[in-house]
Ligand binder design. Structure first.
Ligand SMILES: [Zn+2]
Length: 618
């Protein structure tokens, strides 16, 4: 078993400064040729110092931030090993497709590995730009901790392309960028964005000693036009993070933002940067602040919560060791609470947008979501590595990655309990400063367990936190936990007034009335299990094509829902199931329903106190 020697390494306590200069062996040379990136191809050449005999080589499997064995091994092709000018045959491990075995001949000290990485269509590269996550384009030898493997990485870019990254640069000439030698874990944690259209914007607040930068690449020059207002709000975000955490754990920080309609839209956190991807023209739209606050604030918070403070079972010493995801409600849930809070404090979101956001996630989680009656919140975290298939709907019955959204509500409730139990003497900010603060030793990892998290909360506000979390995490109650909203002096209500925001799971739809979440063309992304549309036979994957005798449009459906309110009329639907055309009648008379927050005047407004600006950047 090739992995056995590594088991010994697992005994090493993972409380360490990820020292970039503490290496066990000679440096591995890695060259990624991205000149064919517009054609969706990366060419990799790696020179690995070796000793003669059997050598095991890994392709990274469990990727930090992805919380699962998501390394894109199926896109590795053309793999060849050479040593001493001769081709060395390789064998894939029979139990693990990410593991390769080679026999190095005597006298050989360097193993050359070459392969192509085929950029998955629509993921990370377009004709004009690329996002390089290094774990896609490297191999590493078994037997040494990732933090003790040294890499000298070179990146060859198409002519005229510029780049942004938190990686320290040794030289940049003739289209080849050479980065300073760095440990494997920091390399994998330091992506590069590059493209023809590139802009760097300094967002370091006045008086802040650590440099913060927004690096933009886009499919067009126009798309780089960040407004002065958004630039100020991003600067505010950096200032607010300093107030909230009272410390930073990086040398400098780069928001790496890719703007394209031809890449997947998501964010991936790193310690000294984040890889965030949004539609091409989002900065030119009135939704720019909402988009920046929704994605970049979340990924930025991860530098403290997830990267610096990390659940012990997610801090694995090399990429073939499985992660355990059961504390993701801390890693992602707390981040998903703090990100929007900072977005509101920095002005990227208005208070009203923050209220609408909270209302939409509370409504999307229940009541009326039967998934929560069989599958506790904790299981959405524990099971994510094998169950995170978002492609086929049915989420109101299966549940999805609810540790994000429900984590918002959970940690808002924590914030209000700290306020209550400390008699207004302490706040969530005090917890963040104690839990995420300390000295800046660069990108350091400090792991924690459930017990340590509970102890840290108790040090701020004594309370039976363990029972509180167990109750929330193990609950199969039909209602979402809205105690934080209510403790904060607000309530979730429904009215016919459309939401200012869509639910986190899609665009504004009628999901709260007839129980449908629909794409613009009427395709059914989700149908609430046992809801009115579900009872009429309409489920995920089908497509609505007609409403009350006319070709489907969202407005016609909305009109039909209003007409059927408190009347004997029902809603007549024509839909497609596979290639069969079907008719259905939705028996629903409750009218349009959209979630909102309203003030509860019987209680002080603590919710809005939590989102007031704390820092000054003027
Ligand atoms: Zn996250």
């Amino acid at each position: 078993m090739p992995r056995i020697p590594l088991r010994l390494l697992l005994l090493v306590p993972i409380l360490a400064v990820l020292a970039p200069f503490c290496f066990a062996a000679e440096t591995i040379s890695l060259t990624v040729d991205a000149t064919k990136s517009p054609e969706h191809l990366l060419r990799v050449h790696e020179v690995i110092p070796v000793k003669p005999g059997p050598v095991t080589i890994y392709y990274p499997k469990w990727i930090p931030g992805e919380h699962g064995p998501e390394g894109p091994i199926s896109d590795v092709t053309g793999l060849k090993f050479e040593a001493g000018g001769k081709v060395i045959p390789w064998k894939r491990d029979t139990l693990d497709v990410f593991t390769f075995h080679v026999e190095v001949p005597s006298g050989v000290t360097e193993l050359h590995a070459r392969f192509d990485f085929i950029e998955p269509e629509g993921n990370s590269a377009t004709d004009q730009l690329t996002v390089l996550e290094w774990n896609d384009a490297l191999l590493y030898p078994a037997g040494t901790l990732a933090q003790q493997l040294s890499y000298e990485a070179k990146l060859i870019l198409p002519e005229g392309w510029k780049f942004g990254s938190s990686l320290p640069v040794a030289s940049d000439a003739d289209g080849t960028v050479t980065f300073k030698p760095i440990s494997l874990d920091l390399l994998v944690d330091s992506p590069v964005i590059a493209g023809r259209f590139y802009r760097a914007v300094d967002i370091t607040p006045p008086g802040e000693p650590i440099h913060h930068e927004l690096d933009l690449v886009a499919d067009s020059e126009d798309a780089l036009n960040l407004s002065k207002e958004n630039q100020q709000q991003m600067t505010n975000l950096v200032a607010e993070s300093g107030k909230l955490f009272g410390a930073r754990h990086y040398r400098d920080y780069h928001f790496l933002l890719t703007l394209s309609d031809h890449v997947a839209h998501f964010g991936l956190e790193h310690h000294e940067s984040n890889d965030s991807r949004l539609p091409e023209r989002v900065l030119l739209s009135h939704e720019a602040g909402m988009a920046l606050g929704g994605l970049l604030a979340h990924e930025f918070v991860h530098s403290w919560n997830g990267k610096f403070r990390r659940p012990a079972d997610l801090a694995v010493p090399y990429y073939e060791q499985p992660m355990e995801d059961d504390l993701l409600w801390g890693y992602e849930g707390l981040t998903d609470y703090l990100g929007p809070m900072l977005a509101a404090r920095s002005g990227l979101w208005s208070p009203e947008e923050y209220h609408e956001y909270l209302a939409s996630i509370a409504a999307s989680l229940g009541p009326g979501r039967p998934g929560r009656t069989w599958r506790p919140l904790l299981d959405t975290a524990t099971g994510v590595a094998g169950l995170n298939d978002r492609s086929r709907g049915w989420f109101t019955w299966k549940r999805g990655t609810d540790y994000y959204d429900e984590g918002d509500l959970l940690w808002l409730e924590v914030a209000t309990i700290i306020h209550r139990e400390s008699h207004d003497q302490k706040s969530i900010d005090d917890f963040c400063q104690s839990f995420h603060g300390g000295l800046n030793n660069g990108p350091e990892v400090k792991t924690y367990t459930f017990e340590q998290l509970v102890a840290a909360l108790n040090a701020i506000a004594p309370f039976d936190w363990a029972t509180f979390f167990h109750t929330r995490l193990d609950s199969t109650a039909p209602e979402a936990p809205t105690g934080g909203i209510e403790n904060g002096g607000w309530k979730v209500t429904y009215s016919g007034e459309p939401s200012k925001l869509g639910g986190r799971r899609g665009t504004p739809t009628d999901i709260y009335s007839v129980g449908l979440q629909l794409g613009p063309d009427g395709s059914v992304a989700d149908s609430i299990y046992d809801g009115p549309a579900f009872k009429a036979g309409i489920t995920s994957g089908m497509k609505i094509i007609g409403i009350n005798g006319r070709v489907y449009s969202h407005d016609l459906l909305e009109d039909a829902i209003k007409d059927a309110k408190d009347s004997a009329k029902s809603i007549s639907v024509i839909f497609v199931n596979d290639d069969y055309i079907k008719n259905a009648t939705i028996d629903y008379h409750g009218g349009s329903r959209y979630p909102h927050l309203v003030r509860d005047d019987a209680k002080p407004d603590y919710l809005d106190d939590l989102i007031k600006a704390k820092a000054s950047t003027k």
